[in-house]
Design a protein around this ligand. Structure first.
Ligand code: 7RM
Length: 687
């Protein structure tokens, strides 16, 4: 990825992600407590498709069919839930051993037709989007008919400027109807969108544009979040200056404030206004890529996870409907930003493919005060809310009055995703937010799985929810836990590497431009299995509990950040010889970022704070402010083995204030460095 600063590590190497590098970390470093309380009966959402089938009566029948007869199970659903230009001839062509995944062969369809046209036609006045803008009470409603007009106009706009099938379009926009229309417009003309979270820095954006070789960027003048203006166009200008591939930048007026318009810039508002609102959709193959989305991995270079059209869309729709028991006419409130996979699947594709009303949340959980979510629930009468545990942990500290003063009786299901849900947050969600009347649905999935893979729902009639666990595999998902030697663990009360040994339609197809990395990361560690990178525990009842990442990926406030990405950013500083970054338990963020930094020579104590500020700024510049370290410790060295590998296990224990649990340090080249680390850590952070 020439030109992108965050991959410049000349002369420095990173350990490649292999099973052997996992072994030391086999005990996962995040939460391990498992608790089984709060049992409550739950209901299923029936599949009309299978109601006449005497073989498929119970949930267990359906689940078994999804694994044992996937062609029938998914083939039936694909036929009934998606609209096709041309029917598929073969349900699947998969070889998990080779990471070869293909679904609905020879089928032709268009995602925007499925998400927009069919409802614009049938129920055009139904509300597709509720744009919950930053200022409470200023929400805007977009019907399916209006959305259809926007999508068609935008598709024509893109087409007339030369964008076509297979082209990549980078989208750097706030969560807004225009962003949804941009995604759908790409889908309509067969272009592959790459949405980049509008909190990423210009360098990070540039790296993603270059990796995707995108000619087109869609952005806005400014974003608005928490009452503050975010200079999106300025960030795009700085990024585009590094991207020779970019030929045009469409600029949407979110605030209308003046921003400089350059040679490549085109006003999206003006351009759209003069387009026709009829644009024939491209007939896309089932396996044509719908989008790619960058996510962090074990190296400094983010991976462009690529998803298919038919399989992804079907899985998004099925999971949105059945995990949340979404019923026609309900209002679905997933508060994720469209820049993350949760925004793609549960703000955009899942709900829209079901003709649902979906919320686009532009603000923050604490703006203008910690009652924002619940005030919104009352005002918009939301039936489901789907959020990240980190926001629950943040809000519960503010007291129950922020919740109880609002009417939340519309809520039926409470979802969460992104990180382990701790018991305190679960209890608060269940008892206070839901008044004990809603089901809390802890959902586990990843950018790579496309949609929810493990969740308490759907489930057998009368089955129980066990507090704060994703619990059960979704249809088509057969989890497996692997031991240190790569063998599958059987039985209950076991913990290991979380793999999936079945194939399902929503799974990622490749890493854009690097299929080898795709195979090395997900399929080669455990041949015959998809490896998630997470660890999990299977309890007595057979339920799954995620224990945390097993690789060098942190989960900070539900954001996936590679330790190597943060290290790369700081390593570029002239005064830095080497860095090692680890996550440590943080009561709000889940994990905080702790950077151990080896400076060139000694740092003058007077200058230490200034250097720390510079290092944070570098991370902000290279990645984005959300990836800035919470703690920085200067150290003369790092604990390394003879082969030069940093023993992160030790750094994690130091960062977690557990110097008594360091374990065996005899394999270190210089064990004395550990003592220095422990001492400096306790001095610096007064533990
Ligand atoms: C949807 C999303 C994926 C990583 C994943 C896990 C962690 C997600 C849960 C969870 C514990 C959960 N995609 N994770 N859900 N950990 N319990 N319910 O977040 O690609 O951005 O991140 O997030 O480590 O591998 S993601």
């Amino acid at each position: 990825m020439a030109g992108a600063k965050y991959v410049c590590r000349i002369g420095k190497t990173k350990p490649v992600f292999l099973i052997s590098s996992l072994k030391n970390q086999f005990t996962c470093h995040t939460r391990k407590d498992v608790f089984c309380t709060h049992l409550r009966g739950i209901t299923t959402t029936p599949f009309p498709e299978f109601q006449g089938d005497p073989q498929l009566k119970s949930h267990a029948d359906l689940y078994n069919a999804s694994l044992q007869n996937p062609d029938y199970f998914w083939g039936t659903l694909a036929k009934s839930r998606l609209q096709w230009f041309q029917k598929f001839n073969q349900v699947k062509d998969c070889d998990i051993n080779k990471g070869h995944i293909r679904w609905f062969m020879d089928g032709k369809l268009n995602a925007s037709v499925n998400c927009v046209d069919r409802y614009a036609k049938k129920t055009g006045d139904a509300i597709a989007l509720i744009w919950e803008k930053d200022e409470p009470g200023t929400e805007e409603y977009v019907t399916y008919r209006q959305l259809s007009q926007m999508v068609n106009k935008m598709a024509n706009m893109l087409k007339s400027s030369g964008v076509g099938r297979g082209d990549r379009v980078a989208i750097y926009l706030p969560t807004s109807p225009v962003a949804v229309a941009a995604m759908m417009a790409c889908a309509r003309i067969g272009a592959i969108h790459s949405v980049v979270f509008a909190g990423f820095s210009s360098d990070a954006l540039a790296g993603r544009i270059i990796d995707a070789d995108a000619e087109t960027v869609i952005t806005a003048d400014e974003g608005v979040r928490g009452g503050k203006l975010i200079p999106l166009k300025q960030t795009v200008d700085a990024a585009v200056a590094q991207c020779p591939c970019v030929k045009r930048v469409f600029v949407y007026q979110r605030t209308g404030n003046d921003v400089p318009m350059n040679k490549l810039d085109i006003s999206l508002d003006k351009e759209m206004a003069c387009q026709s609102d009829v644009c024939d959709p491209e007939e896309m193959g089932s396996e044509d890529l719908l989008f790619m989305l960058y996510t962090s991995g074990s190296t400094g270079k983010p991976k462009g996870i690529a998803h298919s059209t038919a399989g992804y869309l079907l899985y998004a729709g099925i999971t949105q409907k059945h995990v949340f028991d979404y019923q026609e006419g309900e209002r679905f409130g997933c508060v994720a930003d469209i820049g993350w996979i949760t925004g793609h699947t549960y703000v955009v594709y899942g709900p829209l493919s079901n003709g649902a009303t979906t919320v686009l949340f532009e603000s923050t959980p604490t703006y203008p005060d910690p009652g924002r979510y619940w005030e919104m629930v009352q005002r918009l009468k939301l039936n489901q809310i789907y959020l990240a545990p980190t926001s629950l942990r943040l809000l519960l500290k503010e007291g129950n009055e922020w919740v109880t003063k609002y009417d939340r009786s519309s809520l039926r299901k409470l979802g969460c995703v992104g990180e382990p849900l701790n018991s305190e947050a679960y209890d608060w969600y269940n008892d206070v937010i839901g008044d004990g009347k809603c089901e809390v649905v802890d959902t586990w999935w990843q950018t790579e799985t496309g949609g929810i893979a493990i969740a308490p729902r759907p489930s057998a009639k009368g089955a129980k929810i066990v507090a704060a666990k994703p619990m059960r595999p979704h249809f088509g998902i057969q989890p497996a836990l692997m031991d240190k030697d790569g063998k599958e663990l059987t039985g209950s009360n076991v913990q290991g590497a979380l793999c999936i040994k079945s194939v399902w339609p929503g799974m990622a197809r490749t890493i854009y431009g690097d299929h080898k990395r795709f195979l090395d990361t997900y399929y080669n560690p455990y041949p015959g299995y998809y490896f998630s990178g997470d660890g999990a525990h299977r309890c007595e009842e057979g339920y799954y509990q995620i224990t945390g990442r097993m690789d060098d990926v942190m989960n900070v406030s539900g954001h996936r950040i590679g330790t190597a990405e943060v290290e790369d950013a700081m390593d570029n500083h002239a005064q830095v010889a080497e860095t090692a970054v680890v996550g440590y338990p943080h009561d709000v963020k889940g994990e905080g970022i702790y950077a151990f930094v080896v400076p060139m020579g000694d740092v003058d104590p007077e200058e230490a704070d200034a250097l720390k500020a510079e290092l944070k700024l570098m991370v902000k510049t290279v990645i984005g402010s959300f990836a800035q370290p919470d703690k920085i410790l200067f150290t003369p060295g790092l604990p390394k083995t003879r082969s030069g590998k940093i023993m992160r296990r030790i750094l994690r224990k130091v960062a977690d204030n557990k110097p008594d649990e360091l374990g065996d340090i005899s394999t270190l080249v210089d064990p004395s460095v550990v003592e220095i680390l422990v001492q400096r850590h306790s001095e610096e952070f007064k533990v």
